[in-house]
Design a protein around this ligand. Structure first.
Ligand code: TXA
Ligand code: MG
Length: 327
């Protein structure tokens, strides 16, 4: 495929995207987390086209997006009570459930695994398309393999030029970080990927403890450490280290006033400096767009001020750790 990515909008965009999806094509769609590259989860050729467009290894499983929780039994062989508790509390929204798959589900979607990841997204455009097509839609983030996830239609168009035909513009994503993934196939539910729904919120809804990535190991293709990376080298630094004169062309991503003072000699807001909010939700919402923006400067290094370590920052810290390519 060559050429520019068409940007679709409004009602017409929804109709056009629905038509293409029913035809087995891939279309990038907005969700409340990040933009996704969607295709008919029941059509193996359509699912394969997602992997080709992203350049993603075919053993990396995809998330299937559904119109409502009532469709879970069409994809999962067994839906435990814990799943219904979570769908009741958090769907539609940024939570993905991992359950045992039905034997009828094509192995292309699950990368050959016996489990399947599913969620009901809340973005009205995605919802409208699920309603109109009646399909389950497989959708990974709409970026090339290992690159930054997109949170605007423009970022999709730039990153996927020549690889996909269209994206619907649904505005900037509300959460800006990928969904929380919880594995309900084990005795103790386990968070496989930190995200907008925190462990505390999950434990409250379930009335039982939930384990997190720090206290168990995950060996799933696709859950790779080098992930979500900008072109520039991303390095996380302590606030005090920001006052050291940089080597080579450098951009800065900070959140504290102390950091702003430390970088005053080397960095200028609106040029090579972005100052994000000091709270985890708005920081997370702005993070990928900030990294996309700083990466456009073609600097050698992006220095990112370490963010706080308490649990409310878990999703942000997970993405920054991976963007820095560290384990
Ligand atoms: O917010 C999101 O979840 C976005 C939007 C588009 O919905 N999607 C997304 O998809 O982030 P993707 O493909 O970029 O990330 C999906 C993650 C991968 O890390 C994959 O390993 C994991 O989900 N996953 C999917 N199916 C799985 C399975 N059966 N077992 C374990 N992990 C699975
Ligand atoms: Mg992704």
């Amino acid at each position: 495929m060559t050429g520019q990515v068409q940007i679709l909008r409004g009602e017409e965009g929804v109709e056009e995207a629905s038509r293409r999806l029913i035809n087995g094509e891939c279309v990038a769609l907005p969700t409340e987390t990040v933009y996704g590259l969607a295709a008919d989860a029941g059509n193996p050729a359509a699912v394969k086209a997602i992997f080709t467009a992203k350049g993603r290894p075919t053993d990396h499983p995809l998330i299937v997006h559904l119109a409502s929780a009532a469709q879970l039994p069409e994809w999962a062989s067994e839906v435990p009570n814990s799943a219904w508790q979570l769908t009741e509390a958090f769907w539609p929204g940024p939570l993905t459930l991992l359950l045992h798959k039905k034997s009828t589900v094509t192995p292309h979607v699950t990368g050959g695994l016996e489990t399947i990841a599913m969620r009901v997204p809340s973005h009205p455009v995605f919802q409208a398309i699920l309603e109109q097509t009646g399909l389950g839609l497989a959708a990974p983030s709409a970026n090339r393999y290992k690159k930054l996830s997109p949170t605007t239609a423009e970022q999709v168009a730039r990153g996927m030029a020549g690889r996909i035909s269209a994206v619907i513009d649904g505005g900037p994503c509300k959460f800006g970080l990928e969904s929380t993934i919880i594995d309900l196939t084990q005795t103790i539910p386990a968070v496989l990927r930190a995200g907008p729904i925190t462990r505390a919120a999950l434990e409250e809804a379930l009335g039982q403890p939930v384990s997190t990535p720090e206290n168990h190991s995950i060996a799933v293709p696709g859950n790779v450490e080098a992930h979500y990376q900008p072109e520039a080298r991303l390095q996380r630094v302590q606030t005090s280290e920001l006052s050291i004169s940089p080597e080579g062309s450098t951009a800065y991503l900070i959140w504290s006033d102390a950091a702003a003072a430390a970088v005053a000699d080397f960095a200028k807001a609106g040029e090579n400096l972005l100052h994000l909010p000091a709270e985890p939700e708005p920081y997370g919402q702005a993070l990928y767009t900030a990294l996309h923006q700083l990466d456009q400067l073609d600097v050698q290094t992006i220095l990112v001020e370490f963010t706080p370590t308490d649990e409310s920052w878990a999703a942000v810290n997970d993405r920054l750790r991976r963007a820095a390519g560290a384990g």
